[in-house]
Design a protein around this ligand. Structure first.
Ligand SMILES: Cc1cc2nc3c(=O)[nH]c(=O)nc-3n(C[C@H](O)[C@H](O)[C@H](O)COP(=O)(O)OP(=O)(O)OC[C@H]3O[C@@H](n4cnc5c(N)ncnc54)[C@H](O)[C@@H]3O)c2cc1C
Length: 406
């Protein structure tokens, strides 16, 4: 089999490496040229995503991130509401990693290339159709070129063109009620152990920070906003206006938000937080979706990248086992849909808790978070972070596994 992969973000290169392990050739086609690297924020790689990378012999410590073993949730006055582990600290690579998105992208792509995988840049997919005689698939790109393969995998992110090709009526991404922003503060110290995230439910907005090393503090903020900001409204937030707005939002909260914002040379411009609660069509014939294209999840979950990596590894295993794409895509959907949709719904509920009203604040601080904290302390198994892909599992184990995991 020869696979055409669309998108060289996180899922595309991972899927290509997993396919190579399964003995399947793949070429990755990316819309942008490499200059798109280096932009933006950072993300969390959870133990389930790290475990999936280890199936591909990728050491999470080679990705440029740092260990993030726990997070603390605090109220606007500084009161500790919950302490939550981010993985089980029982060996290297078993707790979450925090990594710049650009580092993760670059290193995964570089590793794929080092393994001999071809990545073609400047190839924006505009159409895909079955090949002559109904065999295989032909992809068409904006530059007029085409590519042929036995299957096409859409790893082209939240605004996927492949998703629209599969289903013109697919619902668009949903705005989750929050603007996102962040930055990297330098030359400041905070009162928190290295790697432990402190997250503050502020009076007007949500603020989180983590110390990577002394004087090097990464932070993000979620700002409630009833409706999505238009491009014009986002553009109107010049760096100075946006910084001033953040200072106003966090002026009355305990914690170092104001100091960290002041120590940040370039605050990242705000963007709308989106998700995709339900994508009706994941595959048709030899064309299927993986990663954010199939199930965009709010960054609040800390799971977008990890789910995407799981997808790539599992789909490759299923293609190896089934030997053809139609059955493999169907098995993939049966195994994945329950898990990812449950997580997307959970992330939306968490996002709602960042949109404070007097009633939700009391419920959250007095009932929900103490319960979550106690449950985390008691739990021996976590359905999200303890998920593992057994690369050597026989195909017929999948049906029972999907029931357990949904
Ligand atoms: C700012 C931000 C913070 C985040 N924080 C977290 C976090 O803390 N934890 C977490 O796990 N996740 C987080 N996420 C989500 C995470 O980045 C995504 O879940 C992950 O990147 C999905 O990977 P992907 O490869 O499926 O999609 P993407 O990373 O979006 O990659 C898609 C690729 O496809 C390319 N492409 C698009 N259209 C076409 C086309 N027509 N033809 C060819 N190529 C195309 C794009 O250029 C891109 O390179 C965050 C996302 C954002 C935006």
């Amino acid at each position: 089999m020869r696979a055409i992969i669309i998108g060289a973000g996180i899922t595309g290169p991972v899927t290509a490496m997993a396919l190579q392990k399964a003995g399947i050739d793949a070429v990755v086609h990316e819309a942008y040229d490499r200059t798109a690297d280096g932009v933006g924020a950072y993300l969390n790689l959870a133990p389930n995503g790290l475990a999936a990378l280890r199936v591909l012999d990728i050491d999470p410590h080679d990705l440029g991130g740092f260990d993030t073993p726990a997070l603390e949730l605090r109220g606007s006055g500084g009161r500790l509401l919950a302490h939550l582990p981010m993985g089980r600290d029982d060996g290297p690579g078993t707790v979450s990693q925090t990594v710049r998105r650009s580092d993760l992208y670059t290193r995964l792509r570089d590793e794929a290339v080092r393994r001999g995988i071809q990545i073609e840049y400047g190839k924006r997919l505009v159409d895909a159709a079955e090949g002559p005689g109904g065999r295989g698939v032909v992809a068409s790109f904006a530059d007029g070129s085409t590519a042929e393969g036995d299957l096409l995998i859409g790893a082209d992110g939240l605004h996927s063109a492949v998703r629209t090709i599969l289903d013109r009526g697919c619902p668009p991404p949903r705005y989750t009620g929050l603007l996102n922003t962040g930055g990297y503060a330098s030359g400041v110290s905070v009162d928190a152990p290295a790697g432990v995230f402190t997250m503050i439910f502020g009076r007007r907005a949500f603020f989180a920070y983590v110390q990577r090393a002394p004087g090097d503090v990464w932070w993000f903020a979620n700002v409630p906003r009833a409706r999505a900001a238009s491009d014009d409204e986002l553009a109107a937030w010049t760096p100075d206006r946006w910084r001033a707005e953040l200072e106003r939002l966090f002026a009355d909260d305990a914690g170092p938000a104001l100091e960290l914002i002041a120590a940040t040379p370039r605050v990242i411009s705000p963007w709308n937080t989106l998700d995709l609660p339900k994508v009706p069509v994941w595959h048709r014939g030899p064309i299927g979706l993986v990663g954010d294209a199939a199930h965009g999840i709010s960054p609040t979950s800390g799971q977008g990248a990890s789910l995407s990596i799981e997808d790539g590894v599992l789909l490759a295993r299923l293609l190896r086992d089934h030997g053809e794409p139609v059955a493999a895509f169907a098995a993939f959907e049966a195994l994945r849909r329950g898990r990812v949709e449950k997580l997307i719904a959970q992330a939306k509920r968490t996002s709602n808790q960042k949109i404070p009203s007097p009633l939700t604040r009391v419920l959250r601080d007095r009932v929900i978070l103490p319960l979550v904290s106690r449950a985390a302390a008691r739990s021996t198994k976590d359905w999200v972070t303890d998920y593992r892909i057994d690369w050597d599992a026989p195909a017929d184990r999948d049906a029972s596994a999907s029931r357990l995991r949904a």
